[in-house]
Design a protein around this ligand. Structure first.
Ligand code: PRP
Length: 183
């Protein structure tokens, strides 16, 4: 789905499909350099990270493994609470593995703080985070985010995996949703 297919729903386009791909290619190159001689297990967080995972993984010129977790954050409305429940756990034993968590967006950072501590308790060789987008509140996180595509303002963004009421995930670009859509 392109911008034209959701005409009037977006206030602006933050990142085009081309910009996203260019940035993911840069991140993949950086990750490859940092993980020379090490196996990488990419862990995608469903559902938002599907697009980032699919494209990031294909930008690597080397083998990577992929696994998925589905987690649900108890919370009211659109904000996560940091109290998280595992809906689908990893199929992979991550003991002594180099784990790279792949996310679409970090907003409050509560989901990832919980996830990193959960994964760390399983005895991996390392746990790092790669996110396409990061909102300002996430800068308060105690967990370090090693790979960030773009820092963005605190706006309601959709597209490229990010939804509003399960819609817009299949939009190719990332855009700011017009208030009339959600109010
Ligand atoms: C989004 C995103 C992160 C989380 C970030 O997922 O994919 O997992 O919110 O928010 P936080 O930093 O405030 O914790 P969401 O719960 O919307 O589920 P989804 O991936 O299925 O869209």
């Amino acid at each position: 789905m392109d911008e034209a297919d959701v005409e009037g729903d977006l206030v602006s386009i933050l990142f085009t499909e081309e910009q996203i791909q260019t940035r993911l290619e840069e991140l993949a190159a950086e990750i490859e350099k940092d993980y020379q001689g090490k196996e990488i297990l990419l862990v995608g967080v469903l559902r938002g990270a599907v697009m980032v995972m699919a494209d990031l993984a294909r930008h690597f010129g080397r083998h990577v493994e992929m696994d998925w977790m589905a987690i649900s954050s108890y919370g009211s409305g659109t904000k996560s609470s940091g109290v998280v429940r595992i809906l689908k756990d990893l199929d992979t034993d991550i003991t002594n593995r180099h784990v790279l968590v792949v996310e679409d967006i970090i907003d409050t950072g509560l989901t990832l703080s919980w996830l990193v501590s959960n994964l760390t308790s399983r005895g991996p060789a390392s746990v790092e985070i790669c996110t396409l987008l990061r909102k300002p509140d996430a800068l308060q996180m105690t967990v370090e985010v090693r790979y960030v595509g773009y820092d963005i303002p605190n706006e309601f963004v959709v597209g490229y995996g990010l939804d509003y009421a399960e819609r817009y995930r299949n939009l190719r670009c990332v855009g700011t949703l017009a208030p009339h859509v959600y109010s």
